[in-house]
Ligand binder design. Structure first.
Ligand SMILES: Nc1ncnc2c1ncn2[C@@H]1O[C@H](COP(=O)(O)OP(=O)(O)OP(=O)(O)O)[C@@H](O)[C@H]1O
Length: 156
């Protein structure tokens, strides 16, 4: 019998006809996601949170104000208001970047952001990186992104 990981790999590489069935199963798994075990601070947003009823957040009302050039660039490019995940994650990561050297701070932590495709994760982590580098010559912010390329190919 084939080992499970090889079976999974084979399914992921299956021809297009297999894709819709696999995509459906994956979407179900997303609803039951468990937090990561490598950090106590993570943010998970349920599927469909960015719909007509979800409150968008005006840039100027963020818990921590953005640096003026960053806010200006976001507005100029049509990213005001922010999606909910951005309004949650940007202030948290900005504080986390500031507290990187202070191990006593509650914000000195890893942050895991998990949300279905299209919820605005890219800016949620990119904005704090730009901000951190704008204020500190030696900003300590490490980013690891996991891109489910196969899933994206099926969803989009
Ligand atoms: N605040 C915003 N206002 C308007 N459009 C936005 C905003 N934030 C992101 N977008 C747009 O929404 C789309 C989805 O955003 P993004 O690609 O960041 O989502 P994602 O969660 O990273 O998705 P994926 O998991 O596919 O990478 C993009 O076209 C992006 O330009």
């Amino acid at each position: 019998m084939e080992p499970e990981h090889l079976l999974k790999l084979r399914q992921l590489l299956a021809p297009q006809a297999e894709a819709p069935r696999l995509a459906k199963r994956k979407a179900k798994e997303v609803d039951e996601v468990q937090g990561p075990d490598w950090t106590s601070r993570y943010c998970y947003m349920a599927k469909g949170v960015v719909d007509a009823a979800a409150p968008l957040v005006a840039l100027d009302s963020l818990a921590i104000p953005l640096q003026a050039p960053v806010a200006e660039a976001l507005k100029k490019n049509g990213f005001d208001p922010l999606f909910p995940i951005q309004a949650m994650v940007i202030p948290l990561l900005s504080k986390s970047a500031e507290a990187a050297d202070d191990e006593d701070s509650a914000y000195c932590c890893d942050v895991c952001v998990a949300a279905p495709t299209g919820q605005g994760k890219t800016l949620a982590y990119a904005v704090p990186i730009v901000q951190a580098h704008g204020t500190k010559a030696n900003a300590k912010l490490t980013l690891v992104t996991q891109k489910p390329k196969w899933q994206l190919g099926v969803c989009k």
